[in-house]
Write a protein that binds this ligand. Structure first.
Ligand SMILES: Nc1ncnc2c1ncn2[C@@H]1O[C@H](COP(=O)(O)OP(=O)(O)O)[C@@H](O)[C@H]1O
Ligand SMILES: [Mg+2]
Length: 368
């Protein structure tokens, strides 16, 4: 799969215009705060996910020069090649809400785009994947699963709603103990939906683990071994096990006023040569580990969907040493890649296809 064109209107600081990328490596360069990441963000939004920098939709339309108000609406148009044919999508962000058009068919939501364009994003923020708490690792799994399984995003949000309802009920139960019958209804729902989420996460990590191991072996030239495994809240037989645990922790949950156990606490265990990468890995090892996780995600998306995802690398080259840069670029051969960086020299050794210079929101193609 690859992108053949992007058009933006009123999006962030980008001047309205078109980007015509090549099928291989596209380098987007320019000074700080010129609009490079904004351009990647515009592409990324077509995967149907949230902004990878955590922005609210209402912040995406262009802000007036004084910063008083945003344009009411931003529009993005994407041409891409997938499933053996040329396709077109549009995304509108109006009054903080998304709507979309896919191959001429209007959809009321932006999530309707999920699964059309698939992508993997790697930015300096992701370097915290190993170091920080489990929430980042859960979203690493959930993000990939949303693109892989058309029903996963919906399943996850139903689970999250059940969790929120159960938590609200737990808070009320301090004053109204008679609500415990209702709690049982929510326990059953929580366990059923939670078990579905866990089954998907577990199956995905099983597919991912051997790829991570192989790629990390390649980066470390066979000297070190990285292994990832799913660390779920309860062991197999998820639904029954969750029900059992909910009953066991009920009292402490009521006291705490929230659900203390469940898939919302899941983690991904990452071990390097048999010990925790988070606790013992050096900074270089942790960087290599994140690189391996991201490349494995791209491979998993390829093998499981039969289409190579588009790879977006935001400012990561300068964070990696020469040998890791080389590994990354060799490994991405044959995929469409968008790389942002401050100076084009960073990527001068690559077989780049097209180069774009971004200045004050103006994107200009350059001859290579
Ligand atoms: N909604 C918006 N409207 C106008 N300008 C914006 C908006 N959001 C961000 N910007 C501007 O975009 C610039 C940052 O762009 P970014 O793509 O992050 O830069 P970089 O080239 O360093 O990656 C900043 O100058 C910021 O003020
Ligand atoms: Mg940037």
């Amino acid at each position: 799969m690859h992108i053949t064109g992007l058009k933006t209107e009123n999006f962030r600081n980008l001047q309205d215009g078109c980007l015509l990328p090549c099928q291989g490596v596209n380098v987007i360069y320019g000074g700080n705060a010129q609009g490079k990441t904004n351009l990647l963000e515009a592409l990324w939004l077509f995967t149907g996910g949230h902004s990878f920098r955590g922005a609210k939709d209402a912040e995406l339309p262009r802000l007036s020069p004084g910063g008083e108000a945003n344009e009411p609406r931003a529009s993005l148009f994407l041409d891409f090649f997938s499933e053996g044919r040329q396709q077109a999508a549009a995304l509108n962000i109006e009054n903080g809400r998304r709507s979309s058009v896919i191959n001429g068919v209007k959809k009321k939501t932006g999530t309707a785009l999920v699964g059309k364009l698939r992508g993997v994003i790697f930015s300096p923020e992701h370097l915290l994947l190993i170091k920080e708490g489990p929430a980042r690792r859960r979203s690493f799994l959930d993000g990939a699963l949303c693109q892989l399984k058309p029903g996963y995003a919906g399943m996850l949000s139903l689970f999250q709603r059940a969790l929120a309802q159960r938590n609200a009920l737990l808070k009320d139960m301090v004053r109204y103990p008679e609500l415990s019958d209702t709690l049982e209804v929510w326990d059953a729902r929580f366990a059923k939906l939670g078990a579905e989420v866990m089954a998907e996460r577990g199956a995905y990590v099983k597919r991912l683990a051997p790829k991570v191991q192989e790629i990390y072996g390649g980066i470390s030239k066979g000297r070190e071994e990285l292994f990832v495994s799913y660390a779920p809240a309860v062991k197999a037989g998820y639904e029954q096990a969750l029900l059992g645990e909910l009953a066991r922790t009920r009292r402490s949950d009521v006291r705490a006023g929230f659900t203390t156990m469940g898939p919302h606490r899941d983690d991904l265990d990452i071990t390097l040569n048999g010990v925790s990468a988070r606790a013992y890995g050096s900074q270089g090892q942790q960087r290599s580990a994140v690189l391996a996780l991201k490349l494995a995600e791209a491979e998993a998306l390829s093998t499981l969907t039969g289409e190579t995802p588009v790879v977006l690398l935001d400012d990561v080259m300068s964070e990696l040493d020469q040998s890791r840069q080389d590994y990354l670029l060799n490994h991405l051969h044959g995929r469409q890649v968008f790389i942002t960086c401050c100076s084009p020299e960073t990527v001068s050794l690559m077989e780049t296809g097209r180069r774009f210079r971004v200045e004050a929101g103006r994107v200009e193609a350059e001859e290579v």
